[in-house]
Design a protein around this ligand. Structure first.
Ligand code: GTP
Length: 432
């Protein structure tokens, strides 16, 4: 018997009051469900305004409906989209009606996308790109996610794969004809192919860290002595009173985090406890935390009082500013969280520094990709090393190439990823 998956349905838009709410149905009974709700199905992929009715013929809503035939939809299955009036009551009534139809059930989180993957409409990297696109809050995140969703990583891995398959084929041919006189030495060509793939892998591997930062956000820590004005500056940057400020030194004790969009870059600003020697136990813990978080941050902004020597060592690339520019006679390189003096300049410098780092990102965006590329790279370096030992060792080199191909295949989900799927899809919301 052929296994037919259930037909699933869910609200695809955010729950709550809205102008329009979209309910999506996917599976072999999607068309049936549509006919039951509003009669004849519209032309494939053409919007049509219909009256939806329940089984007893009572009106549920007037809605724009779309029908996508099998193989011509996001999931690869028949898909029905109902663009309803976005009220809780309308959505609930339609979901209730669908749940009463035979063979239909509510979708699990990410189940639509999972079906798209299973039906070959998306590869695994694209699924990750889609998850990132839905999470995207800033321009940099949107652009990066869209690149992965478009399949660029799959294309790149596909190119490496073809090169490695050609290299493996050359080796296999030599192995198969080992007893005969082989006129050509294949190792230069094989080494050339491996060299190209390895250098591209190295570039991509080195870009993952920056890409991860774009995904999860850059951390910028504001540091300085107590009372120098760190919290006031953070509030000015955040545009709201995120941190408590006061004239008492030692006000900020724990690390305060504010997420913001800094000219398209996702940034988490950290306000930290003022750095000083203290006998106060709780303040001491805060200062220790401040130092640790600041060390791990992507960038540090040091605020110093005029004419005071900081008792800390900025790292290369860190930003140093004199505090309280508004009360200084010479406000060069100074900033004020009270008057706003120097703030746009500071924002510009933070943005430039982080943009330079963001520019190092490649197409691969996750630790999972880095691990797979790293494994492939190790296999290829092992293969290159044994190739130099002569044709007797080609068998081992070919095995290393096969392992490298398997590692690269895991990026797009061709192999070895069953155990990852639950983890990846659990981060999706229902209806996606
Ligand atoms: N004139 C002037 N006063 C400021 C400025 N920034 C902060 N202050 C004042 O300095 C005092 C300390 O400000 P905070 O922002 O709480 O300083 P902080 O560095 O976060 O202090 P801790 O939490 O103790 O580490 C407050 O009374 C602020 O009003 C500034 O740019 N100009």
């Amino acid at each position: 018997m052929v296994y037919v998956p259930d037909t699933i349905f869910a609200l695809a838009t955010a729950p709550g009051k809205a102008g329009v709410a979209v309910v999506r149905v996917s599976g072999s009974l999607a068309g049936h469900a549509g006919s039951a709700l509003f009669g004849k199905l519209p032309h494939p992929r053409m919007a049509s305004l219909r009256i939806l009715k329940d089984a007893a013929g009572r009106r549920l809503d007037q809605a724009l409906v779309l029908f996508f035939p099998e193989k011509n939809s996001f999931t690869g299955e028949e898909v029905l989209e109902l663009h309803l009036h976005g009220s809780v009551a309308v959505v609930n009534a339609v979901l209730r009606e669908l749940s009463e139809m035979d063979g239909l059930r509510l979708a699990e989180p990410g189940e639509f996308t999972r079906r798209a993957l299973e039906n070959g409409c998306l590869d695994l990297a694209q699924v990750e790109g889609l998850a990132d696109l839905i999470e995207a809050e800033t321009e940099a995140q949107r652009r990066q996610a869209l690149r992965v969703l478009s399949g660029d990583l799959g294309d790149l891995a596909g190119g490496w794969r073809s090169n490695l398959i050609r290299a493996a084929a050359l080796l296999e041919a030599t192995i198969d004809f080992a007893d005969e006189e082989v006129p050509v030495d294949v190792s230069p060509e094989v080494l050339g192919l491996l060299g190209n793939v390895r250098s591209e892998l190295a570039t991509e591997i080195s870009g993952v860290e920056a890409a991860e930062r774009i995904r999860t956000g850059f951390e910028v820590a504001i540091l300085g002595a107590p009372n120098v004005g760190k919290s006031t500056l953070l509030n000015m940057l955040a545009g709201r009173e995120a941190a408590i400020t006061s004239e008492y030194a030692g006000t900020t004790r724990d690390v305060i985090e504010v997420r913001m969009d800094l000219n398209g870059l996702p940034v988490t600003l950290l306000d930290t406890a003022g750095l000083r020697e203290t006998t106060d136990h709780v303040e001491g813990i805060g200062i220790e935390r401040a130092r640790e978080r600041a060390k791990a941050a992507d960038l540090r902004v040091f605020l110093i009082e005029q004419n005071q020597h900081p008792d800390f060592q900025p790292l290369p690339g860190d930003i140093v500013r004199t505090a309280k520019a508004d009360v200084l006679s010479d406000a060069t390189d100074a900033v004020s969280g009270v008057s706003g003096q120097g703030v746009s300049d500071l924002v510009k410098e933070i943005t430039t520094t982080l943009s330079d780092r963001a520019a190092r990102s490649g197409i691969a965006t996750r630790e999972r990709h880095r691990t797979a590329m790293g494994r492939a790279n190790d296999n290829l370096s092992a293969a290159s090393a044994v190739l130099d030992l002569g044709p007797d060792h080609y068998e081992i080199a070919a095995e290393e190439l096969r392992s490298a191909i398997r590692a690269l295949d895991s990026i797009v989900g061709r192999v070895d990823v069953e155990n990852l799927l639950d983890e990846i899809f659990s981060s999706f919301c229902i209806g996606k």
